[in-house]
Design a protein. Structure first.
Length: 366
């Protein structure tokens, strides 16, 4: 036993020191992360703190891996020391680059979050800040990835080229897909030309209507009237015609359009539609003083089309915004239908008259 101790004393002491340091670092990391999360919750009680927990997990893994490499030095020959030392330095470098990248991204996001909150509280438009937040966070992770790549000799040339300036664009174009670039450019156009902002109600197609909640590098998020979050790539938005109900004035002229049969009384149908529109609480008077002097009615009702099986009658009714206009349209269709049924105005369904011609042979037999 004494001989064993005398022979391996230095190795045993070295191993105990390594294990002790790893345990000490793990315990210190645990309490440090717990303290940081507690401070963050006090300052930002409504925010989630995933990145702090992620840094804690990375540090714990890093300490264990470095400890295993350091401990393995006891069992390897002297000619392998240089390789083990290089691996130790490589893991240490990449680990700390990863940690500082996450910390840097967290700081950037926190600064932008504070600016966005202040801008929104003062009644300003935070859309540009939200987009720049994603762009800045992406930039931090991009630089972190390049710095980590520098640790690998085989990839060092690519990293140095990317950091050279013009190489960044070439690298991004070479790696990113055409669709991803189209979405990124689309996001830049949205921020630059501002066809809509966060908080605006927009319509892209008949099924894509809602309030803009966020604009990112890749996509725009809207919340529809079913309270569902819809993620739309920016490239698609740039290809479509976007209706912004909050750009300039919010008020909307809602069409109430119904077809009646050719046998029905047109004047009675127009009278019913006018009365129902004027009685609705969401209707507001959009007439100017000149319109009032000229006797322009509050609700204009006209025949707009003579179809194959119906006469189309349209009423123009004004509402304050898209939401109230939508409710008004739905309720007016119901109330007008009930009045039509009660007063004998028919809403026809499409029908077709078929004419059958007799064959020439049949005509001769007749």
């Amino acid at each position: 036993m004494i001989n064993f101790w005398n022979t391996y004393r230095e190795s045993i002491i070295y191993g105990l020191i390594v294990v002790g340091l790893v345990l000490l670092l793990l315990i210190a990391t645990k309490y440090l992360i717990r303290w940081l999360i507690g401070k963050a919750k006090k300052k930002y009680p409504n925010d989630e703190h995933h990145r702090i927990s992620l840094v804690g997990r990375i540090l714990k893994i890093l300490w264990v891996v470095l400890g295993l490499i350091a401990f393995s030095l006891v069992f390897i020959s002297e000619d392998k020391y240089d390789i083990a030392k290089q691996n130790f330095e490589l893991i240490l470098y990449v680990g700390f680059v990863l940690i500082f990248t996450i910390i840097g991204a967290s700081i950037v996001e926190a600064l932008f979050a504070r600016t966005i909150k202040k801008t929104a509280a003062s009644g300003g438009d935070p859309t540009s800040y939200k987009f720049l937040r994603y762009l800045s966070v992406f930039g931090v992770y991009f630089i972190g990835a390049i710095l980590a790549t520098l640790a690998f000799p085989a990839l060092r040339g690519i990293a140095q080229t990317a950091l050279g300036g013009a190489g960044i664009l070439a690298l991004v174009i070479g790696v990113a897909s055409q669709e991803a670039l189209a979405n990124l450019i689309g996001g830049v156009f949205i921020i630059a030309f501002k066809p809509f902002r966060v908080g605006d109600v927009i319509k892209i197609t008949e099924d894509l209507v809602g309030t803009v909640t966020d604009i990112t590098l890749r996509h725009t998020i809207i919340r529809n009237y079913q309270n569902k979050m819809i993620v739309i790539p920016n490239a698609i938005i740039n290809k479509e015609k976007v209706t912004n109900y909050d750009l300039d004035e919010k008020k909307i002229c809602q069409w109430i359009e119904i077809g009646i049969s050719y046998d029905s009384d047109i004047d009675l149908a127009k009278k019913i539609m006018k009365e129902e529109c004027e009685a609705h609480p969401n209707l507001f008077d959009n007439r100017s003083n000149q319109d009032l002097r000229n006797g322009v009615p509050l609700v204009i009702v006209r025949v707009t089309n003579l179809g194959d099986s119906s006469i189309t009658i349209r009423a123009w009714a004004w509402a304050w915004d898209y939401a109230s206009a939508f409710v008004m349209k739905c309720e007016l269709y119901e109330s007008i239908k009930k009045r039509f049924d009660a007063e004998g105005v028919e809403i026809p369904f499409p029908h077709r008259t078929l004419v059958f011609k007799k064959d020439k042979n049949e005509l001769k037999d007749d």
